[in-house]
Design a protein around this ligand. Structure first.
Ligand SMILES: [Zn+2]
Ligand SMILES: [Zn+2]
Length: 370
């Protein structure tokens, strides 16, 4: 293979229409003093890629927003601003925040107006169309354009690329279970949904010393439940085989949960029973969109004095916590990585993530040079 510095083009899987990507080659862009170019080593497939794969409206684009890579080219301003050099291995966030608003000043890039993709003209890794120059905005590609507002994390030495590619789902776990949910010593945490984000919550809850971790899912998720137990879940419950409220009552001796995190693919019918899992003054953390909830009982919220909190994404600090925990080798993270695929198999990986294949995935990494 020729040295990468001599390369002038990038191969990428472009989402051209619903349910179809096509391999295309792109010229590598000129890099301004405040920007950079990353050679992508691994990109994690996220559950949120699935709705984007089905939606062709923004125009053809390169999906993938959980990238690990080596900095290939760097402008002088970017080098000084980001504190990194060519050759460094970094993890990027999907956000391209303004950097100076009140939220950005506290690392809460997820709340910055610039990271809200519902606003016209906003850019973000893994969802910006090819029509916005220089086209290389997504992780399912050999190279990525590093925009001046890129958020860079150093990857600790020794972490394998397909493991480091879980920095964002595990970062979400730290954000939701610990920073937003308040998991800690003595706490009982129920995680609804054993996908990669739910497993990230298990890792975070275990790391911060939660007393009891219960994961719920469907019977067909047994492989994911098995991994949840290996990561530290004390109990796993298949909700299509057992009554979740009755089981949590039994396991906790009637004390119930301090924190319930909904990261499941279930519909709005899960919301009222989720409140019923909580002890008084417990926290229900809603991290999976449900739409309107028919029959939502606000009296239940008042009577039990529970806190209902919506959350999405991660802060800068949550991703740092994830990377340090991943480097500690305390968890069998290899068990979470169910597939590593090349660019030509991005369609298959996305369909698997969307639950359309017989084989169930946990975390899939796209390795664009394999
Ligand atoms: Zn994601
Ligand atoms: Zn901002």
């Amino acid at each position: 293979m020729a040295p990468s510095s001599s390369r002038t083009a990038a191969l990428a899987a472009v989402a051209v229409e619903p349910r179809r990507t096509e391999l295309r080659e792109f010229p590598l862009p000129e890099i301004a003093p405040d920007a950079g170019l990353m050679r992508i080593e691994a990109a994690g497939v996220c559950g949120s890629d699935w709705p984007m794969y089905l939606n062709a409206k923004p125009g053809p684009r390169i999906l993938g927003h959980e990238m690990i890579g080596t900095i290939e080219r760097l402008g002088d301003i970017a080098r000084a601003r980001w504190g990194v050099n060519e050759g460094d291995v970094v993890a990027l966030e999907e956000y391209l925040p303004c950097g100076h608003c009140e939220y950005c000043r506290t690392g809460e890039y997820r709340s910055c107006l610039e990271t809200d993709t519902r606003l016209a003209g906003s850019v973000r890794y893994g969802s910006t169309p090819l029509a916005v120059a220089p086209a290389l905005w997504g992780g399912y590609s050999q190279y990525l354009y590093m925009h001046p507002r890129t958020v860079v994390h150093r990857v600790p030495p020794g972490l394998k690329m397909h493991i480091a590619a879980m920095a964002l789902p595990i970062g979400n776990g730290f954000q939701w279970a610990f920073l937003d949910g308040g998991a800690g010593p003595g706490k009982t945490v129920v995680v609804q949904g054993p996908g990669q984000q739910g497993l990230g919550c298990v890792i975070a809850a275990k790391t911060v010393g939660a007393e009891l971790i219960i994961v719920s899912g469907l019977a067909r998720d047994e492989r994911r439940m098995q991994v949840a137990r290996e990561l530290g879940a004390d109990h796993t419950i298949a909700v299509d085989q057992a009554d979740l409220v009755a089981e949590v009552t039994r396991i906790t001796g009637g004390r119930m949960a301090d924190i319930v995190i909904d990261v499941s693919g279930a519909g709005p019918e899960i919301v009222n029973p989720s409140v019923a899992l909580l002890r008084k003054r417990g926290v229900l953390l809603a991290a999976a969109r449900k739409g309107a909830v028919p029959g939502f009982d606000i009296n239940q919220v008042i009577n039990r004095q529970v806190i209902l909190r919506g959350t999405r994404g991660h802060s800068f600090g949550a991703v740092e916590l994830a990377l340090r925990t991943m480097a500690s080798n305390r968890f069998p993270l290899e068990r979470m990585s169910s597939h590593v695929v090349g660019l030509k198999d991005v369609d298959e990986a996305l369909r698997m993530t969307g639950g359309e294949t017989a084989e169930r995935s946990i975390h899939i990494t796209v390795a664009p040079w394999s």
